[in-house]
Design a protein around this ligand. Structure first.
Ligand SMILES: [Zn+2]
Length: 258
């Protein structure tokens, strides 16, 4: 284990050197972080740490405009800020196996070609607000980032898919920490998902976006949006889901209250 120490020190030194040159300017950063509902629960020291992470994110990833969008620096910083909120206490390494964020002005058409089990070729086109593929880019609609609709966050949604994909499957369960139990996670999220699915099928009002009933992967991504954007709501409706997400993200955005 001792051999790791120099590597860790070297990484820290390298990050500091990058930050010396690439730290997001204060006049851009502070308005961005203060206007993000997903950052509202963060302490001052969290926001300073988030600034470092977001700066490194911008250094390591390529944020590419598409569809004629003009991407100004505050927009890039907003994307980096919200992308780094989920990994604030986990580290940027969890985003290691992908490189770019493609940003469309609004809803975009995703084209997926595949061959099914019967050997039939499909070519599907579907309007999307965001998508994330294993090892591939994250694609988002700027209109939905800028709308900042309370309880919704397309960036956090797609980042949750990226974390889920770390074990190769979007099954709603990212690789868990050593102090977590897969059975407890599956019980908590599985029973909430089943309840949500029943409500959607019955046409009832739901506490979170009905889209979460699509599959367990979407349930985890939508629950992650709510966890950061409206944490009290998630804690009140599904306290066990909240507790598991708090353990996973190593954050407690609803605070210590009831
Ligand atoms: Zn999704």
């Amino acid at each position: 284990m001792q051999a790791l120490a120099p590597i860790r020190l070297w990484r820290q030194w390298r990050r500091r050197r990058i930050l010396d040159h690439c730290l997001i300017d204060a006049e851009i950063w502070w308005p961005v972080v203060e206007s993000s509902p997903a950052a509202s629960h963060l302490t001052d020291s969290d926001r300073w740490h988030l600034r470092d992470l977001a700066s490194l994110f911008l250094h390591e990833k390529s944020i590419e405009p598409a569809g004629g969008l003009e991407l100004a620096d505050p927009m890039r910083s907003r994307i980096a800020c919200e992308a780094c909120i989920p990994i604030l206490n986990l580290g940027l390494e969890l985003y290691r196996n992908w490189y770019s964020v493609i940003v469309y002005p609004g809803e975009f058409i995703a084209r997926h070609r595949y061959v099914d089990e019967a050997g039939v070729e499909h070519d599907e086109r579907e309007a999307r607000l965001g998508e994330a593929w294993e090892h591939g880019p994250v694609v988002i609609s700027w209109e939905d980032v800028a709308a900042g609709e309370p309880g919704f966050n397309v960036i956090i949604h797609e980042m949750a898919h990226k974390l889920d994909l770390l074990d190769g499957a979007t099954n709603g369960r990212p690789p868990l920490h050593a102090d977590m139990e897969a059975r407890v996670w599956t019980d908590a999220l599985g029973s909430a998902y089943a309840e949500h699915e029943r409500q959607v099928e019955a046409g009832l009002d739901t506490a979170i976006d009905p889209y979460a009933a699509e599959d367990p992967g979407e349930f985890f991504a939508v629950a992650s949006e709510v966890f950061f954007e409206s944490p009290e709501l998630l804690r009140d409706v599904w306290p066990q889901v909240y507790a598991q997400l708090a353990l996973y993200y190593r954050q407690n955005p609803a605070g210590a209250g009831p």
